[in-house]
Write a protein that binds this ligand. Structure first.
Ligand code: PNS
Length: 171
């Protein structure tokens, strides 16, 4: 799909809440997997955005199932500072996805902070423009109001979301 020259020896970390993983996340993972010899998709244990819809185990499991086609992608989790995690696993670069220009504003200060804390660079990959409006929070909102989210998440994630709704005794 992507014809990139791989950056030799580098280990990239793609961090996020992934609550849930979306097709936009998967697009960034596909791009990162084509560029870096090794990619760790790292799920933050406690997303800053309130209580998570999916547990940590569920988020990791969905990501594992969605990324099983990539031999150079693994899934892990971290708690605390991303900068400490990057140092702990001796990663070389942080990968972040950008959808729209406004994403860049906060990402730029995160990148500077992470470089200041751990001397690590952040590389930004632009997700496909068709995902520019897709976010985990919007997916959850549409889903919880009975909207159709099939276009925006992997099949595995859609099934897990439907299961979660059944477990809560709703439609
Ligand atoms: O998918 P998200 O919620 O946009 O991901 C945000 C994430 C996990 C990348 C960010 O919140 C993070 O790095 N959290 C770990 C705590 C930390 O290091 N905070 C300082 C960031 S400079």
């Amino acid at each position: 799909m992507h014809n990139h020259l791989k950056i030799p020896q580098s280990h990239a970390v793609y961090p996020g809440s992934f609550d849930p993983p979306t097709n936009g996340h998967l697009d960034v993972i596909a791009r990162a997997a084509a560029i870096f010899p090794s990619v760790t998709v790292a799920v933050v244990v406690n997303p800053q955005k309130g209580s998570p819809f999916f547990t940590l185990d569920e988020r990791e499991e969905m990501l594992r199932r969605c990324t099983s086609v990539y031999t150079n992608v693994s899934v892990a989790h971290f708690r605390g500072l991303l900068a400490d995690y990057v140092r702990r696993i001796a990663a070389d670069v942080i990968v972040k996805g950008l959808r729209v220009v406004s994403d860049f504003e906060s990402e730029m200060s995160f990148a500077h902070m992470n470089r200041s804390l751990a001397n690590v660079d952040t590389m930004f990959l632009m997700s496909d423009s068709s995902y520019s409006f897709v976010s985990s929070s919007l997916i959850k909102e549409v889903f919880l109001q009975e909207g159709d989210i099939a276009k925006y998440v992997p099949d595995v994630v859609l099934a897990c979301m439907q299961q979660k709704r059944l477990a809560h005794g709703r439609k």
